[in-house]
Design a protein around this ligand. Structure first.
Ligand code: SAH
Length: 337
């Protein structure tokens, strides 16, 4: 039964209200179908009886998030600051690319319990995991606003998605109805090993995996990302290899370029050595976006030299296009300000 698999709270409320009124369960799927296609009100759901539409408008809010603020960057990137019903802040970013691709950057938690030294989210207070509805409603917000199709989703907003994996997977199950397919959905992790293993083994479709690595040795990585003390680099890479074995997809490795910290030639060589195993990894070098941290970003020349050193050693690498910096919407800048 479809209705029995509806994963989240608001769908539960919807079903309760429908049951209350003696409506057949398929009504829930009708409402969902409209919502997934971007309906902004119950009035648009013309295959529902009018009285029902009015009752639903009164009793079941279309979103469980409130929009507090929106900002539009010069490059077309848009950020929304939301709050949950209990007043927790979170941010979502929509990136619009020239070729027409639209990518949505979702938050999985309000704040983040990890304290990566370069990331603005890590310095705000951690509130809690988001529910499946709170994750999905971020995407639905932009689904309603955007006439062009949203093609990709990345869990690269606030929070560590693998600490909230059930909710993240539950939201992912519903993204295809919005036109966002598992192969175009990426979960990014600090290297939370139990979550990586669960993603390797779970029954659902394969979503892409990205690992925030940022350093080629444990000493430096622990300094930058305290979580490395709990899950050291080699164990994390082993978990990624297990995921790759099962899922047959490359793991994206994110490597933040910090001036004089992790961007030296020997570090590129060390990184290449770490990642050289049988085409498992693809590196994405990330220009550092300013936060209140003590770091400076590497120069463009240093990034290019690092990329070339990796490529020479057979490790493919690209440089991430930075988006939305002028509205603090770029990677690492989300802090609900
Ligand atoms: N917790 C997950 C999901 C957040 S993804 C993870 O860490 O992977 C956000 C990405 O942006 C991560 O790769 C993170 O390391 C990176 N990032 C954080 N601060 C940044 C900054 N100031 N500039 C550029 N990227 C940053």
């Amino acid at each position: 039964m479809m209705a029995a698999t509806l994963p989240n709270m608001d769908m539960q409320l919807l079903r309760d209200v429908l049951a209350d009124r003696g409506e057949p369960p398929f009504r829930a799927e009708q409402v969902w179908a409209w919502t997934a296609r971007g309906a902004g009100s119950y009035a648009e759901m013309t295959n529902l009886p009018r009285a029902l539409r009015e009752a639903l408008a009164e009793r079941v809010p279309l979103s469980c998030l409130e929009v507090d603020r929106e900002a539009l960057a010069r490059d077309g990137t848009e950020k929304a600051l939301f709050s949950t019903q209990d007043g927790r802040p979170l941010e979502t970013v929509l990136m619009r690319y020239a070729e027409g691709r639209r990518s949505i950057c979702l938050s999985s938690q309000s704040g983040c319990p990890l304290t990566c030294t370069f990331c603005a989210t890590g310095s705000m207070k951690f509130a809690r995991n988001l529910t499946p509805s709170e994750i999905l409603d971020q995407a639905l917000h932009f689904r309603r606003k955007e006439t062009a199709a949203i093609t990709n989703a990345v869990f690269m907003g606030m929070g560590e998605p693998l600490i909230n994996l059930d909710a993240v997977l539950s939201a992912c199950e519903r993204l295809p109805a919005l036109g966002i397919h598992p192969s175009s959905t990426t979960i990014s992790t600090v290297g939370w090993i139990p979550g990586i293993d669960r993603l390797a083994e779970h029954d659902g479709p394969t979503v892409r995996l990205a690992l925030s690595l940022h350093a080629p040795d444990d000493a430096l990585r622990s300094e930058l990302m305290p979580v490395n003390d709990r899950y050291p680099l080699h164990d994390v890479l082993d978990a990624c290899r297990r995921w790759h074995e099962r899922r047959r997809r490359k793991v994206f490795v994110e490597y933040l370029m910090l001036d004089g910290v992790n961007d030296r030639y020997e570090q590129a060589v060390a990184l290449a050595r770490l990642l050289s195993s049988r085409n498992t990894f693809k590196v994405n070098l990330i220009p550092y976006n300013p936060t209140d941290s003590q770091f400076e970003g590497s120069t463009r020349e240093a990034i290019e030299a690092f990329r070339a050193a990796l490529a020479e050693r057979g490790v493919p690498a690209t440089v991430r296009l930075t988006r939305g910096r002028d509205i603090d919407a770029a990677c690492g800048q989300l802090a609900a300000r």
